[in-house]
Design a protein around this ligand. Structure first.
Ligand SMILES: Cc1ncc(COP(=O)(O)O)c(C=O)c1O
Length: 412
């Protein structure tokens, strides 16, 4: 039962060499996609092709290899920008979501945040959308406050409205929670925040890999995502912002290629987005991300989402029959990204993940870099199964069998 009808999963699986691997003699069931995804052959080939045929630095050399590398790097920028409804000049290549929020902290925050200002984030954020704002608040004498949550794991809009009444300088929110799976109406949140005079940052780490995303429609001042969570390589991601916004910001890092002219006492800056890409950039991985975007675009993000909703429906139905299963976050697949966080009675998530590993099943256990959320849930940790295009009903059925076995071992 490998087909989920949105597309032929068996055919997709054949594109991912790692899925042929066996773990402890069992078929690999990879359900740790919110941490990082596997890579299709097209992405691996793009990396090998770059290093074996035209490895060279970009934006410098006029020789053939240099021109080919520059063209491939810029073509990856154009494809990735188009994939999220942005223009190439609006896309800064960064290491990932974490570097993107830190870039905003320094290049926007240092210039714009003053003593006494209010910064707002939410209780469902990944640490990368909390800690940079804590650091910014501390360095500027500003305050950081959190939007609360409803018991179903959605954002408490009343709490957001109350904070907007305090005229915050910044509102930072995730598009999709990496723990609860909650999909936030970020377009509405950004519109409200803008009316309140706030600059907005949206963390797209768990949305761009799973949903059709149009950053123009979202309307955030800054939208960040990571390549490795969307079938691309590690070490590459993007920050999307309007050209004017980028132009008004200070540089993030100083060095080669981000300048126009350097004198002994001052320098002038390169055009955006290059002003934010100091030094030798991550050329190979940007090209790899371009290949991942091609791969996802060929399937179509509406189909990817449709597939994950089917997987979610199947998982919510199947796993709810497991004795002691407790789900966190929205219960309806329509409100949820492809993430299922749960606990099984009082089995520690690390024990559970270790038992499942014996069955070849990879899930994540821990605080998922969301400790304020864990405190709100009043648990030290959860287990998390998360999906991508290559997951099938069989994977979920294997997870259920593994959880039943763990339940028997721990006498749930
Ligand atoms: C919602 C969310 N935001 C941000 C991040 C950080 O991404 P990266 O580690 O690629 O910078 C993650 C990674 O787990 C995430 O799930």
């Amino acid at each position: 039962m490998l087909k989920t009808e949105a597309f032929d999963v068996e055919k997709v699986r054949a594109d991912f060499p790692i899925l042929k691997r066996r773990v402890h003699g069992k078929r690999l069931v990879y359900l740790d996609n919110a941490a990082t995804t596997q890579k299709p052959k097209a992405v691996i080939d793009a990396l090998v092709d770059f290093y074996s045929r035209y490895n060279s630095n970009v934006h410098r050399s006029v020789h053939t290899l240099g021109e080919e590398a520059t063209e491939a790097y810029e073509s990856a920028r154009s494809k990735t920008a188009k994939f999220v409804g942005a223009s190439p000049k609006e896309l800064v290549f960064v290491r990932g979501t974490t570097e993107a929020t830190n870039l905003v902290r320094f290049a926007w925050g240092d210039k714009n945040v003053r003593k006494g200002d209010l910064l707002v984030t939410t209780l469902m954020e990944h640490h990368s959308n909390i800690v940079p704002w804590q650091l910014l608040a501390k360095s500027k004498g500003a305050t950081l406050k959190f939007v609360g949550l409803n018991s179903d794991g959605t954002l408490d809009m009343g709490s957001l409205e109350a904070l907007l009444d305090e005229s915050p300088k910044l509102v930072a929110v995730t598009h999709c929670s990496n723990v609860l799976g909650t999909i936030n109406d970020v377009a509405a949140i950004c519109a409200k925040a803008r009316r309140a005079g706030a600059t907005t940052v949206v963390d797209g780490a768990q949305s761009v890999p799973h949903l059709p995303v149009d950053t123009g429609e979202v309307g955030a001042d800054f939208y960040a995502f990571s390549g490795h969570k969307m079938l691309g390589p590690t070490g590459i991601g993007a920050l999307i912002a309007k050209k004017k916004t980028l132009e008004e910001m200070d540089p993030f890092q100083g060095g080669g290629e981000m300048i126009k002219q350097v004198f002994q006492d001052h320098s002038t800056w390169n055009d955006v987005p290059y002003k934010f890409e100091a030094g030798t950039v991550n050329i190979a991985d940007a090209i790899g991300l371009g290949a991942a975007v091609d791969y996802l675009a060929a399937i179509g993000m509406a189909k990817v989402r449709e597939h994950e909703v089917r997987l979610l429906d199947h998982a919510l139905q199947t796993l709810s029959t497991v004795k002691g299963f407790k789900l966190y976050g929205p219960q309806d697949s329509q409100d949820k990204g492809g993430v299922i966080s749960f606990n099984l009675a009082d089995i520690h998530p690390h024990d559970l993940a270790t038992i499942l590993d014996e069955d070849g099943i990879a899930i994540r256990s821990g605080h998922h870099c969301a400790q304020p959320l864990m405190r709100w849930l009043d648990v030290p940790a959860t287990s998390r199964a998360s999906f991508q295009v290559y997951n099938s009903y069989d994977d979920i059925d294997a997870l259920k069998v593994g959880l039943d076995r763990a339940g028997r071992i721990f006498k749930v």
